[in-house]
Design a protein around this ligand. Structure first.
Ligand code: GDP
Ligand code: CA
Length: 318
C-alpha cells in the first residue's frame, strides 16, 4: 500500500510520526512518502535553510526538541552568538549548532550542483526515517507576506513579528516558473491514499498546491484524498495559522478550512475531511458540500493519539 502525505513542518511531522507508528503494526510493508513544503526555505549567511524538511527529519529521527517544539534536542547556540557578534544574519533568528551542521551539508551539496530532492535524499539517509521525504519542488520558491507599505520575508513576519503585523496576502515568489520535484506527481498519482496533513492551509499546503501540476495531480489521482483539520474548536492548535487564514479571507474553523480545500466533485481536492470531536456540528454542512466528514479526536498529544489519528484518516479513505 502506498500512502502519500502533503505536509508542512511541525504539524505535518507529528502526523507523519503517528502514521509511521500506525502502519508499522497495522499495514506492514506500506510505503510512506511525504511531499514537503519548501516555501519557508531561504538563504541566510550563505546557508540554505529548509525548516519544514528539517522539522520532519528531526522528528522522525527522534532528534527533535519535544519541549521547545522545533529544532534539535540537546542543542547549543554558540555559532549563532558569533554571527550576532559579527553583525551578520538576522539577530532574531537563532540557528542551533547541530542544526547548522545540516544547513552546511545541504548548502555544500546544492553548490555542487545537486537538486534539493537529491540533497534531501542524501541528508535523510543518515537516519532510518521510515518515510521518503520529497521537497515539493527543486526550484527556489519563497513565501513573502504583503503588509501595509510593502513585503516581508515569511520568516521575518513569522519569527520576528510573531505574525502580529497584519498580513494582507501571501506571495510565493518564483512559484509560476517552478515545477514539482522528480517523484512528486508520481507519488500522488500512484498512491492508494493521499493524506493532507494537519498543516498550515495557506503557507504549507497552499504553497505545495500552488506549484504548477500538483493541485491537478491531487484532483485527478485514483487514490482517495483525506485531509485532517489543523483547526480545532475555532482555534489553531499550535502556531499562528489563524493570521494566515484571516489574510486570505477564510474563517479559522475546521468547516471553513474543509470548504476552502473543497470537494473533488466540485473542483476541490478532498474526498474526506476529519474534524475534531468538538466540531462534530460541522459534519452535515461539509457533507452537503460533497465532503465526507467525520469527527474524531484531532489532538496529537503523544505517539498513541497521533497513531490513532492516522488510523482514523486511513479509515476515512476506505
Ligand atoms: P509549520 O510548517 O511548522 O508551521 O507546521 P505545519 O504547517 O505542518 O503545521 C502547522 C499547523 O499544525 C498549525 O496550524 C496547527 O494548528 C497544526 N497542529 C499542530 N499540532 C496539531 C495537533 O495536535 N492536531 C491538529 N489537528 N493540528 C495540529
Ligand atoms: Ca513551515
Amino acid at each position: 500500500m502506498k500512502i502519500t502525505v502533503l505536509s508542512g513542518g511541525v504539524g505535518g511531522a507529528r502526523f507523519l510520526r503517528g502514521l509511521r507508528e500506525h502502519v508499522r503494526s497495522a499495514i506492514p510493508g506500506a510505503e510512506l512518502t511525504a511531499v514537503v513544503n519548501t516555501g519557508d526555505d531561504m538563504w541566510l549567511t550563505g546557508l540554505r535553510i529548509a525548516p519544514d524538511l528539517d522539522s520532519i527529519m528531526y522528528t522522525l529521527a527522534g532528534e527533535n526538541d519535544e519541549a521547545r517544539g522545533w529544532g534539535r534536542v540537546g542543542e547549543t547556540e554558540r555559532v549563532s552568538g558569533e554571527l550576532r557578534a559579527y553583525g551578520v544574519g538576522w539577530p532574531w533568528f537563532t540557528l542551533g549548532d547541530l542544526d547548522i551542521g545540516t544547513h552546511i551539508t545541504r548548502s555544500h551539496l546544492l553548490r555542487e550542483g545537486q537538486p534539493l530532492s537529491a540533497v534531501t535524499e542524501r541528508i535523510a539517509s543518515r537516519w532510518p526515517l521510515g518515510v521518503r521525504l520529497i521537497p515539493a519542488t527543486d526550484d527556489e520558491v519563497e513565501t513573502f507576506v504583503t503588509v501595509e507599505g510593502g513585503e516581508l520575508h515569511f520568516q521575518e513576519w513569522w519569527t520576528r513579528h510573531r505574525a502580529a503585523v497584519p498580513a494582507l496576502g501571501f506571495v510565493q515568489r518564483g512559484v509560476e516558473a517552478s515545477a514539482p520535484a522528480p517523484g512528486v506527481l508520481e507519488a500522488i498519482a500512484s498512491a492508494d491514499v493521499v493524506l493532507i496533513a494537519p498543516s498550515n492551509p495557506v503557507v504549507s499546503i497552499g504553497t505545495i498546491l500552488g506549484i504548477p501540476g500538483i493541485r491537478d495531480a491531487v484532483a485527478t489521482t485514483d487514490a482517495r484524498v483525506v485531509g485532517v483539520s489543523p483547526v480545532i474548536a475555532g482555534a489553531v492548535v499550535r502556531g499562528m495559522a489563524d493570521a494566515c487564514l484571516t489574510a486570505i479571507g477564510v474563517e479559522t474553523s475546521a468547516e471553513a478550512v474543509g470548504l476552502h480545500y473543497g470537494s473533488r466533485a466540485s473542483g476541490g481536492i478532498l474526498d474526506a475531511w476529519l474534524v475534531d470531536s468538538s466540531d462534530a456540528a460541522s459534519v452535515v454542512a461539509l457533507a452537503d458540500a460533497g465532503i465526507a466528514a467525520r469527527a474524531v479526536p484531532l489532538w496529537m498529544r503523544d505517539p498513541a493519539t497521533s497513531a490513532q489519528l492516522a488510523a482514523d484518516a486511513l479509515a476515512s479513505a476506505r
